[in-house]
Write a protein that binds this ligand. Structure first.
Ligand code: ADP
Ligand code: MG
Length: 453
């Protein structure tokens, strides 16, 4: 019966976390014991590494699903080690408890007092600073020292997996530590939307707004998720104004800068960008190495220099992927009880190396454009608007946006300090032309192939 429950759980979470995570982590674990009286589930992990990883990343998920599958309100999870036959001596004695799906879905979340939403592992101390993120880091620390006074709102933007959420939690954790009584709320924007919809359903919009207005520090992650949600934006606008006028600190993260978030009301765009706007870029090789070392330390792994360098130089476009690769190597070494070596890392990441497409950066694209048009980079960056140069510039802009997904601001900056609206205009014009003109479209395809070669 109990094994059956665990099998069902594996099927369900495969949908949520993907088969790789299930194969790497969950299949190594078994459901050892279920105590229906105390409502305790004991999970058996093969070693401390797997146990720690699952505990810190998936406890809530396990609790939610097992509560449902076992048909109880709340289930407590304990982990027991490989050789431990006694449930009374768990590897991890800390028992965590969260509201179950039942509680959360039947009560509007406006009334769930959930202010302890910070991830305790995301701290300033565990954030590696390099040229790609130093400004964002410094701003985050400044905000922590004087919440509501210096940079308000603080707006951090950058590509996925580059550390925005980590930094948001670090701010929240640090403020909590410093000002014990401050009411700090970290809220991903999509959860804000869900909460608002639920407030509408239960006719509690007033209470919803009131709740937000009592907060001292509000951290809204991935704020671009409220684009095209007009009613939510409206509510958010009022909450923002109330907090801002009372000098409460507001921090946003997004995948792009405020003016570039499509489907966002103009007045909200200007509010979001009215404080300090900072970006996080893709890290350099040195920063990636430092991050890998820090992460290995956190996971109790000793990473030899050659292995660190090898993983850092793989073409991962963000730190989340980089960390994923590290974890796979550490887990493999731990599960198979082999030393961490280059051979092992190469074997584990073999498929990643093969499948990973060529990393496309601005310089690669510009090289191809200059080759095609026989101009110099200075000419491309210049103010010269002669037809041929403008054409080459527009193609460069189009390819830079399509192939790197970097912001219009970054592209403009790279191309001689052009402002983002000029770049956006050129991009849209090119997009239309590529749609209409087969010759141009073929030329673009050829150039793309060459850049990727
Ligand atoms: P984002 O929110 O930008 O998509 P996250 O903050 O979720 O990215 O970061 C993805 C992972 O990368 C997290 O595990 C985070 O701890 C790690 N990470 C990102 N930047 C850094 C950094 N500078 N130092 C240490 N870890 C980092
Ligand atoms: Mg994030």
């Amino acid at each position: 019966m109990v094994e059956h429950i665990w099998d069902q759980f594996l099927i369900i979470i495969k949908e949520e976390v993907g088969s790789r995570v299930v194969d790497t982590w969950f299949k190594a674990v078994s459901l050892d014991h279920w105590d229906p009286l105390k409502k305790i589930v004991s999970l058996r992990a093969p070693n401390t590494f797997v146990c720690n990883w699952i505990r810190s990343n998936y406890t809530k998920l396990i609790q939610e699903h097992l509560s449902r599958l076992l048909n109880v309100d709340e289930v407590l999870i304990v982990f027991v080690g490989p050789d431990d036959q006694s449930d009374t001596d768990p590897v991890i004695s800390e028992v965590q408890q969260v509201p179950t799906m039942h509680t959360v879905s039947s009560v509007p979340s406006t009334f769930v007092k959930n202010r302890a939403s910070m991830n305790k592992n995301y701290l300033f101390e565990t954030f590696v600073v390099g040229p790609s993120n130093s400004l964002a880091f410094a701003a985050a620390q400044a905000v922590t020292e004087k919440p509501g006074k210096l940079y308000n709102p603080l707006f951090v933007y950058g590509g996925s997996g580059l550390g925005k959420t980590h930094l948001m939690h670090a701010i929240g954790n640090a403020i909590r530590k410093q000002y014990h009584r401050a009411s700090v709320l970290y809220q991903p924007a999509d959860r804000f939307v869900t909460e608002f919809i639920s407030a509408i359903r239960f006719d509690k919009v007033h209470a919803f707004k009131a709740k937000y207005q009592t907060i001292d520090v509000l951290l809204i992650d991935d704020v671009h998720c409220i684009s095209n949600k007009e009613q939510t934006q409206e509510a958010f606008f009022h909450i923002f104004n109330a907090l801002y006028e009372s000098h409460k600190q507001i921090i946003f993260s997004s995948d792009t800068f405020p003016q570039n978030i499509h489907g966002l009301a103009e007045r909200l765009q200007s509010r979001l960008g009215c404080g300090l706007v900072v970006d996080i870029q893709i890290p350099s090789l040195e920063t990636k190495i430092a991050i890998l070392k820090k992460k290995a330390q956190i996971h109790d792994g000793q990473l030899p220099d050659d292995v660190t360098h090898f993983i850092a130089s793989l073409e991962f476009s963000n730190i989340r992927e980089l960390e994923g690769a590290l974890i796979r190597v550490l887990a493999f070494a731990s599960l198979t009880k082999q030393p961490l070596s280059m051979a092992l890392a190469q074997k584990v990441l073999d498929r990643v190396c093969e499948k990973k497409p060529v990393a496309v950066d601005f310089s690669r694209i510009i090289k191809s454009v200059l080759k095609q048009y026989s101009f110099s980079f200075d000419q491309l960056r210049s103010k010269n608007r002669s037809k041929k140069i403008a054409e080459a510039r527009h193609i460069a802009i189009y390819l830079m946006k399509k192939m790197t997904n970097r912001s219009f601001r970054d592209i403009g900056h790279y191309l001689g300090g052009r402002d983002h609206s000029t770049v956006l205009y050129a991009y849209n014009k090119m997009k239309r032309s590529v749609g209409d003109d087969t010759l141009l479209s073929n030329q673009i395809q050829r150039m793309k192939r060459e850049i990727l070669r």
